[in-house]
Design a protein around this ligand. Structure first.
Ligand code: SAM
Length: 288
């Protein structure tokens, strides 16, 4: 066991880097505990994996609480730069063994760089959708993969954020964060009870479009232009409850054929979202 501080040359010289190889190190134990919702809730933090993702997070203004990287990364300019930045902003930097990384990420081939960040959730009361903004509201989403995919899709389509209604899966679980592919840092997330959402939607002056298997309107015929839109999606098992469905300005359906009785929630959200924002999305010039 060699848990000591390494004197640095290079970017991390401005602070301290702890060298950790032992799984029984209390800092490592605390980070490993972030795989549990209870510990994430208590600390208000979460774990994100991958150098690109960590760089993206910094670019988007997030502050690293703890940077953890594999020994083999020592001296790599990007890692040294992030380490120096982390220390300068009061964070901690850990250089760890492969065994420690594997234990923290619970993966056989862990990413070489991971980081702990503070969770960010916006209160619904401060959200006031403007013209051309599209918000996604998810009723009691259960599946972390679905939620992560929806956050990633929201980012790609330029949605303004995702509102999580009622008892939902944790947006900061490792599985959800992985599925967002970094978009968790780009898309504002909001939590609300059903009652809070219903009260807010009355005042929000936005068109609330419920996506519903019994919807009477073809989702392609709705006038999404020139107004704020909230796309309200139902729970994976039960769909939208009447309490939420009756609060919608439109109940939209995606026509289906074949044997499937419904679309997967994340797919349905993607289909609705790209239609609602079709008039706002353009292809970039292809790169040479
Ligand atoms: N058994 C559920 C039900 O009765 O609604 C199926 C829910 S589906 C897996 C999850 C959500 O995706 C739905 O609540 C709805 O918001 C959306 N969805 C799936 N297929 C849809 C379709 N064809 N038209 C509109 N929304 C759809």
């Amino acid at each position: 066991m060699s848990d000591h501080e390494i004197p640095r040359s290079g970017a991390a010289r401005v602070g301290q880097v702890k060298d950790i190889t032992s799984l029984s190190n209390p800092i490592v134990k605390d980070i490993r505990a972030l795989s549990m919702k209870k510990h994430r809730d208590e600390t208000g933090t979460f774990l994100a994996e991958g150098l690109k993702l960590v760089i993206d997070a910094i670019d988007l203004g997030w502050t690293i609480r703890t940077l953890i990287y594999a020994k083999a990364q020592r001296g790599k300019p990007q890692v040294e730069k992030i380490a120096a930045l982390t220390v300068a902003r009061g964070g901690m930097v850990l250089e760890v063994s492969e065994k420690v990384l594997t234990a923290i990420t619970r993966r056989d081939n862990p990413q070489a760089v991971i980081a702990v960040f503070d969770q960010k959730l916006a209160p619904l009361a401060v959200i006031s959708p403007a013209r051309d903004e599209t918000w996604i509201a998810l009723d009691r989403v259960r599946d972390p993969g679905n939620l992560g995919t929806i956050i990633r899709t929201a980012d790609a389509a330029g949605a303004s954020g995702v509102i999580l209604i009622g008892e939902t899966v944790d947006p900061f679980s490792m599985e959800t964060v992985r599925a967002t592919m970094g978009s968790v840092f780009a898309v504002p997330l909001v939590r609300a009870t059903e009652t809070e959402f219903l009260n807010w939607s009355k005042k929000a002056a936005a068109l609330v479009v419920g996506s519903h298997l019994k919807g009477s309107v073809d989702y392609r015929t709705i006038g999404y232009k020139d107004q704020p839109v909230v796309l309200l999606m139902g729970n994976e098992q039960q769909g939208l409850p009447d309490t939420l469905a009756t609060a919608c300005g439109k109940l939209a359906r995606i026509p289906q054929t074949g044997r499937a009785d419904s679309l997967n929630l994340a797919i349905a959200t993607g289909v609705m979202l790209f239609e609602a924002r079709r008039h706002l999305l353009e292809l970039d010039e292809p790169s040479a």
